[in-house]
Design a protein around this ligand. Structure first.
Ligand SMILES: NC(=O)c1ccc[n+]([C@@H]2O[C@H](COP(=O)([O-])OP(=O)(O)OC[C@H]3O[C@@H](n4cnc5c(N)ncnc54)[C@H](O)[C@@H]3O)[C@@H](O)[C@H]2O)c1
Length: 373
């Protein structure tokens, strides 16, 4: 008998660029020509049924003009496509079309496409490179950056997935022009969350400039795109795998993710998050990490972005309380919430710990107190 030790210590460099601009399709093609993904010549463009005609087809065409082999895989738009089943369908279609390990995935769309496509890229052929071409404010603000990829399951959102970093992220601000008002508002939810957790000046900027942002003003949209990325990547660089600090990005998501599932996705991700943030600030007041005035400012800002801050009448509040236990921050069966400390900072109940134990009674009381809508 013997024991052998396989020494597999790794030094990994997953660094990548995030490019923010307008009409970045040609930039993407140029980057590929310059070797962004090595000598790969075959590309799987994953997109959804709305974004395909708007932006993805043009990217495919531009790549084909340069002699690359390109196939597109189009999923029905919306959260209900972010499943293991849809992932398997694309994988089968890719295999059928002759894709093997020597390919690259390009995700063109919002957070549904980048979460699903990034996960798929991490498992297809045991991992192929991928790029994110972000076309929603929500994905620019959050989903396209940071390397969390996942699919939803009937139990809850984002339960099965990988940490998998793209080779580059393109944030095309011009694509926001075709977003409808509801989607733009939904995107603001993560933006306001970033200000709440890390940047008081950004919060006051949003208070002053919300109307301009929602009407697509170039300067203010550029400002929030940069701020969002800065806040997110500074946290991800310190804690890629969410072993501590990255939990702060979960602000508002304990109730947010639960209500998104309980609503059966009638609520968009950002709308669910807005409700989760309204619950979170109430808890923060309860634990004296925020004043009532600060909590009211946060709720008012979400309302200014046309987002809901109460609980829709079709939601069963007791079911919502039970769903809180599907949250990934739950430890040993106990609920844990990330809470704000004032505006622009996060409560740190113990050194290096950013989520606080909350009893079911406290969580239920807050949920029952929330106004109905
Ligand atoms: N990985 C992460 O870190 C992370 C962070 C936050 C959210 N998310 C995930 O992101 C998802 C939500 O992202 P989303 O709001 O971008 O959803 P989405 O991808 O479903 O896009 C929203 C809608 O907008 C349409 N659309 C996309 N771009 C468009 C454009 N330019 N013009 C017109 N319509 C357009 C889509 O077809 C869809 O109907 C959720 O699944 C959420 O869990 C992930």
């Amino acid at each position: 008998m013997s024991i052998m030790n396989l020494e597999l210590k790794k030094v990994v460099d997953d660094s990548y660029d995030i490019e923010i601009g307008r009409h970045l399709q040609d930039t993407l093609v140029e980057d590929i020509k310059k070797g962004l993904v090595g000598s790969v010549r075959r590309f799987a463009v994953i997109t959804d049924s709305i974004v395909n005609g708007l932006y993805a087809e043009a990217i495919c065409e531009k790549l084909r003009e340069q002699g690359y082999l390109v196939s597109s895989f189009v999923i029905p738009e919306g959260e209900k496509s972010k499943t293991r089943e849809v992932k398997a369908c694309i994988e089968d279609a890719m295999l059928e079309a002759g894709f093997r390990r020597d390919c690259c995935v390009i995700n063109v769309g919002g957070g549904v496409v980048s979460d699903l496509g990034g996960f798929l890229a991490g498992t297809f052929g045991r991992g192929v490179p991928f790029l994110n071409y972000s076309t929603t404010l929500l994905s620019a603000a959050d989903a396209s950056v940071g390397g969390k990829t996942a699919v939803d399951t009937p139990l809850a959102t984002n339960l099965i997935g990988l940490f998998n970093q793209p080779k580059k992220v393109y944030i095309d601000l011009a694509t926001w022009e075709s977003l409808d008002q509801r989607q733009l508002s939904s995107g603001m939810a993560e933006t306001i969350k970033h200000a709440c957790l890390g940047d008081y000046d950004m919060f006051t900027y949003l208070e002053k400039h919300m109307e301009e942002i929602l009407s697509g003003d170039e300067e203010s949209c550029g400002y929030i795109a940069e701020k969002n990325c800065q806040i997110k990547y500074q946290i991800v660089m310190k804690d890629e795998r969410e072993s501590g600090l990255r939990e702060v990005l979960n602000l508002g998501h304990t109730v947010g993710r639960a209500i998104e599932t309980v609503s059966d996705y009638r609520l968009l991700h950002g709308e669910a998050l807005a409700i989760g943030m309204a619950a979170q600030v109430r808890l923060a007041v309860h634990f004296h990490t925020m004043t009532e005035e600060e909590a009211a400012r946060v709720i008012a800002l979400y309302e200014k972005a046309n987002l809901p801050t109460g609980i829709p009448s079709y939601i069963d509040r007791e079911e919502l309380v039970k769903k809180l236990y599907t949250d990934k921050k739950v430890r040993d069966g106990h609920l844990r919430f990330v809470l704000q400390k004032g505006i622009g900072a996060i409560d740190e109940p113990n050194p290096g710990e950013y989520a606080r134990l909350v009893s079911e009674e406290d969580a239920r009381e807050i949920i029952l107190q929330m106004p109905g809508i």
